[in-house]
Design a protein around this ligand. Structure first.
Ligand SMILES: [Zn+2]
Ligand SMILES: [Zn+2]
Length: 437
């Protein structure tokens, strides 16, 4: 794909836009889109700080004739193009990078360093590929504007902040995304995919990504000398029991047919060999698909923590404090099943059945689900677009090598393949959903 596009672009320049296929129009845009991609890649911004990136999206959309509003839900961009009667289609790209120091060693790698709000100095990188999302958003905006004679309806394109903090979608909705701007019947997005062939499209009907909760447990105890444990209530032993008992939530209380994860990712207590501390702190990630399973897990964590503390003889005022980080909750992403199958069939006719592949759900999180979570009338779909050349996948498999995942400092997607595929997929789906006449 990398080699082909320049040739096609040269050919395309000699043809009138109307006569070109959508694929040709995408290829014609690719050199310019790659310039934008390289700029976005070299200048990543952390969640809530996507000012420069948002400015690039807003300026592009304005040039194309969209009605553009900035600073929606923080740094969010909303670009509306009204083009006659018909449905409202929302197309979303997220804009934030991650506090990861890029180690791909590629020319054009990010060298950006910042000090976070927490005071930690870190490199910044588009390690989740949101730079490919923004670039494809611009590609889609250009193609939708160039093909206005082929669709009728209202296109709402949004640049969303702070996906990595699970907050951006909620903030845009709370800032009036569906009251100040046309409310969609359809919501579309894509995410680049590691461990998936470049230029292939993955789709998952139904639950595609998980509910993600962050839970903190402060386990209180009574500290004292390590040689006199009888005079203490040891929070390390109690917290250890809690960690072990938590394992039975998923294995004994949730149906084996439902998906759930309770991982204790952090356990901190104590400072010295011979001192029993007076507290221990646990940090958990809790994942599920349905609301029922999520509520059961969160209630169960509180119940287990309290029950173990009572069993250890802690008084009421020293029971564990369990807090759920409400602001960082990412709800599960649900692809409307019939709609997803219809769109997958449509994409298959365009890209061929080798490039459109049904995928199992994953326990990762993505806040795109929020745009349709409270209104089941909104049909929603996020597709995956693969970013690893097939030869690289084959070689890694042969050598038993693990390829970098999303969020890895080594993640380097085949950007031209991702951007051209995503631009064509999003544009063709949007046109399909807003038929002319
Ligand atoms: Zn991510
Ligand atoms: Zn992401």
């Amino acid at each position: 794909m990398r080699i082909l596009w320049t040739g096609v672009a040269a050919l395309a320049l000699t043809m009138p836009a109307a006569a070109q296929s959508l694929g040709d129009q995408v290829q014609q845009q690719m050199p310019s889109l790659m310039t934008i991609y390289k700029d976005l890649h070299a200048n990543p911004e952390l969640s809530f700080m996507e000012v420069r990136s948002a400015g690039i999206l807003a300026a592009e959309a304005r040039k194309l004739g969209f009605d553009v509003t900035e600073k929606v839900g923080g740094t969010g961009v909303v670009a509306v193009m009204k083009n006659g009667p018909g449905p409202v289609v929302l197309v979303r790209a997220d804009m934030d990078g991650l506090p990861v120091t890029e180690q791909t060693g590629l020319p054009g790698a990010s060298k950006v360093r910042v000090t976070t709000k927490e005071g930690v100095e870190t490199g910044v990188m588009h390690a989740c590929g949101h730079d490919t999302h923004m670039t494809s958003w611009i590609g889609t905006a250009r193609l939708m504007a160039a093909n206005k004679d082929k669709w009728s309806g209202t296109l709402v394109m949004i640049g969303q902040p702070a996906e990595e903090r699970g907050a951006g979608a909620r903030m845009m909705l709370e800032d009036g995304l569906y009251t100040r701007f046309p409310k969609p019947q359809y919501a579309l997005a894509f995410h680049d995919a590691a461990q998936f062939p470049a230029a292939a499209i993955g789709y998952t009907p139904g639950y595609a990504l998980a509910n993600v909760d962050s839970v903190d447990i402060l386990v209180k105890g009574v500290g004292g000398h390590g040689a006199y444990p009888q005079a203490t209530k040891d929070p390390i032993v109690l917290a250890s029991r809690i960690v072990t008992a938590l394992q039975t939530l998923v294995s004994r209380e949730i149906s084996p047919l439902d998906s759930a994860v309770v991982t204790v990712g952090s356990f901190h207590a104590g400072a010295k060999h011979n001192i029993i501390p007076d507290e221990a702190r646990l940090q958990l990630t809790v994942r599920s698909y349905t609301d029922e399973v999520r509520n059961h897990l969160l209630d169960g964590i509180a119940r287990v923590a309290k029950g173990e503390a009572i069993a250890a003889g802690l008084p009421d005022d020293k029971l564990p404090v369990v807090s759920v980080e409400k602001d960082e909750f990412t709800p599960s992403t649900f692809n409307t099943p019939g709609f997803t199958e219809d769109m997958a069939a449509f994409l298959t006719t365009r890209f061929g059945d080798k490039r459109v592949i049904k995928m199992p759900p994953v326990m990762g999180g993505e806040d795109f689900g929020r745009f349709s979570r409270d209104d089941k009338d909104i049909k929603s779909l996020i597709i995956w677009v693969g970013g690893v050349p097939q030869a690289e996948l084959d070689a890694a498999k042969k050598e038993g090598r693990t390829l970098p995942s999303l969020h890895s400092p080594f993640w380097a997607p085949d950007a031209p393949a991702v951007i051209s595929t995503a631009t064509e997929a999003l544009t063709s789906m949007a046109i399909k959903l807003m038929p002319k006449g």
